[in-house]
Each structure stands twice: as structure tokens, then as C-alpha cells.
Design a protein around this ligand. Structure first.
Ligand code: NDP
Ligand code: 8X3
Length: 251
């Protein structure tokens, strides 16, 4: 029987590319995100390769998370792989100038949203005595950079939760690991800069950034290892990047 993967944030970037690669490699896919038009479009595209189901919910909405996941049809109810990917940065301001709504968004989505989705799925994995949780962190969870404050804090929390989940779920034979990307060219900067496309494009100026497919490829590698192999933690930079602030720009 094919394995089933649930991917949060599948409407864009890393999540969308991951859905594509897993669909082509015989996984049944549960696509999650808020933008229903994109979910429907991707479902149509991937249905050529595999069975696909969509769930539209905001990860901040506790009730919606639990209701959506418990509404899954029988054929999708055994979740083998959870990709906790939904998340974004909102703003890039100093601590003294930060916007409280941005802070709430990052903590509510990147940390609490990841927890809600995990909490809705972990009992199924415990019952199955198997499962694999892949948490998408960031280099912002390994280092802090100027004006990164709350985004970095949210991703440090993901790093801590990744370690904590691996410890607590060890007794049930559940695999837990994280991937921490550096600069990936997605809608990430557009969201961070609230639709300022020019400012977002400048982030990648003169840099051959990672593409979402590069991370998706690594996620596929991680989940397709033999079951006794658990890749616990990976940091992935583009070659042109050495840390959040050290970049070789060819301009
Ligand atoms: P994108 O902006 O391209 O994708 C973000 C995804 O998250 C979208 O599918 C969006 O779906 C979903 N999402 C955002 N907010 C919510 C919400 N409240 N409820 C449900 N889904 C939500 O960015 P990336 O693909 O780059 O980001 C994916 C992950 O990778 C994030 O966790 C990000 O922090 C991390 N990351 C990104 C890096 C980069 O440089 N791009 C580097 C390191 C880590 P929708 O809007 O439809 O709900
Ligand atoms: C995204 C990478 O450096 O903008 O998580 O924080 S960075």
C-alpha cells in the first residue's frame, strides 16, 4: 500500500514542491493551506500521479485544525509522513520597532500552528506505532541576525520542539527530524515584506538561491531512508551563503 503524506503550506514554495516530488514517488498526498484555489489546482495536477485530498484551514485556528484532520476520508486517515512546513516571516524590524501583529502571526503560525497540527496527528502515529514527522525549521532557528528577532525566536522554538518530539516519541518508534534551509527563492520574502515585490526580489539579487525543489528533493531523501534511519537535523545553505548575513553576491 502507498504511504500517505500530509503537507502543510502546500500552496506555495517548499510545500508545493514537496507535494510534487512525493506524488511522483507513490505517496498519497494530503495538501493543506488556506488558498483553496491553489489547493484545487495542485490537486488536479497531482491526480495524474496519485490519490490526492485537500484540507483548507488556517493553522492558527485550533478548532479548524482538529476538525479538518478528523474529517479525513478513511483512505487518507493513516498518515505516515507529516511535513510541518506552513510558516512565514512577517516583517524585518528591530525589536523596538516591531509590529505586535507581526509578532503574533509568527508565533501563532510558526510555533503554535505547528504544535496544533502535530497534536492532531501524533495520536494516530502512536496508535500505528510508526510515523515520520519532518519539521521545516530555518537557519533562523540556529542563529540570530539583526531585525530577525521574533522570526528567529519562532524558528528556535521549532528547533527545540523537533528535539523534544524526537525524545518523547522515541518509545513509539516514530521518526522525527528537521530541515533548516538558508535562502530559498519562494513567496517567503514577498510575505515578509507585505507584497513589496521589488524589496522581495532584492533579497535574491546576485545570489543563486536555493529553489524549493532543492529542499523538496532533500525531504524526499529523508523520508525514503530505510525505517531504521532517522535523519535528525540538516542545515542547507545555497553555496553563495555562509550564514544569515554572509553572502557572496555577484553584482
Ligand atoms: P511560501 O510563502 O512560499 O509558503 C508558505 C506556505 O505556508 C504557504 O503554502 C502558505 O499557504 C502556508 N501558510 C502560511 N501561513 C499559514 C497559515 N496561517 N495557515 C496555513 N498555512 C499557512 O514560503 P516557503 O515555502 O519559503 O516557506 C515554507 C517554510 O519554509 C516556512 O516554515 C518557512 O519559515 C521555511 N523557510 C523558508 C526559507 C526561505 O528562504 N524561503 C528558509 C528557511 C525556512 P496559504 O497562504 O495558502 O495558507
Ligand atoms: C528564512 C531564512 O535567513 O530569512 O528562514 O531567516 S532567513
Amino acid at each position: 500500500m502507498n504511504k500517505t503524506a500530509l503537507i502543510t503550506g502546500a500552496t506555495s514554495g517548499i510545500g508545493q514542491a514537496t507535494a510534487r516530488i512525493l506524488a511522483k514517488n507513490n505517496y498519497q498526498i494530503i495538501l493543506c493551506g488556506r488558498r483553496e484555489d491553489r489547493l484545487a489546482e495542485l490537486k488536479k495536477e497531482l491526480s495524474e500521479f496519485t490519490e490526492v485530498c485537500t484540507l483548507s484551514f488556517d493553522v492558527r485556528d485550533k478548532k479548524a485544525v482538529f476538525e479538518s484532520i478528523s474529517s479525513l476520508p478513511e483512505a487518507f486517515s493513516k498518515i505516515d509522513v507529516l511535513i510541518n512546513n506552513a510558516g512565514n516571516a512577517h516583517g524585518l524590524d528591530s525589536i523596538q520597532n516591531g509590529d505586535l501583529d507581526d509578532w503574533d502571526a509568527m508565533i501563532d503560525i510558526n510555533v503554535k500552528g505547528l504544535l496544533y497540527v502535530s497534536k492532531a496527528i501524533i495520536p494516530k502515529m502512536i496508535e500505528q506505532k510508526s510515523g515520520h514527522i519532518v519539521n521545516i525549521g530555518s537557519i533562523a532557528g540556529k542563529e540570530v541576525y539583526p531585525n530577525g528577532n521574533v522570526y528567529c525566536a519562532s524558528k528556535h522554538a521549532v528547533d527545540a520542539l523537533n528535539q523534544a518530539m524526537r525524545m518523547d516519541l522515541n518509545q513509539y518508534g516514530i521518526r522525527v527530524g528537521a530541515i533548516h534551509p538558508g535562502m530559498v527563492e519562494t513567496e517567503f520574502s514577498e510575505v515578509r515584506f507585505k507584497g513589496d515585490i521589488e524589496r522581495a526580489a532584492n533579497v535574491y539579487n546576485g545570489i543563486e538561491a536555493l529553489q524549493p525543489e532543492d529542499i523538496a528533493d532533500i525531504i524526499h531523501f529523508v523520508v525514503s531512508r530505510p525505517y531504521h534511519v532517522n535523519i535528525a537535523d540538516l542545515i542547507v545553505y545555497p553555496t553563495a551563503q555562509a550564514s544569515a548575513t554572509i553572502l557572496k553576491r555577484d553584482i
